[in-house]
Ligand binder design. Structure first.
Ligand code: ZN
Length: 114
């Protein structure tokens, strides 16, 4: 259900943007996803295939880019971008970190035919 609602909003945003550009067809929808956004691009694609039927986004491909995770170290104050698989401050090695980002989810751009 989570991805279904998200996909519906992606489609609405994309159709509106494509309409403003007088596009005939949307070929691809590029997303930016935070490391903890909880959005699975493969699921979005599956839902989009169904939801976009009969619209100019029919057959559009989802392209997702993962955004780095930004944290501030509570021990040394350093702000850094880290990989979620290696959660530690690059400056001092502390794992006492405050998360500054990670839940972002946005439609970055569209690839359209005009
Ligand atoms: Zn640190």
């Amino acid at each position: 259900m989570h991805e279904l609602a998200i996909t519906q909003s992606i489609l609405t945003i994309s159709l509106r943007a494509a309409e403003e550009q007088h596009a005939r067809r949307i070929r691809a929808i590029r997303l930016k996803l935070g490391a903890f956004s909880g959005v699975v691009p493969e699921c979005v694609q599956l839902y989009l295939d169904v939801l976009a039927k009969g619209t100019i986004a029919e057959g559009a491909k989802i392209e997702a880019e993962r955004l780095p995770l930004r944290v501030r170290c509570n021990d040394c104050g350093q702000v850094s971008e880290i990989d979620r698989r290696h959660i530690a401050c690059p400056a001092c090695g502390s794992v006492n970190l405050h998360r500054l980002s990670g839940r972002e989810f946005l439609v970055d751009s569209l690839e359209v035919d005009t």
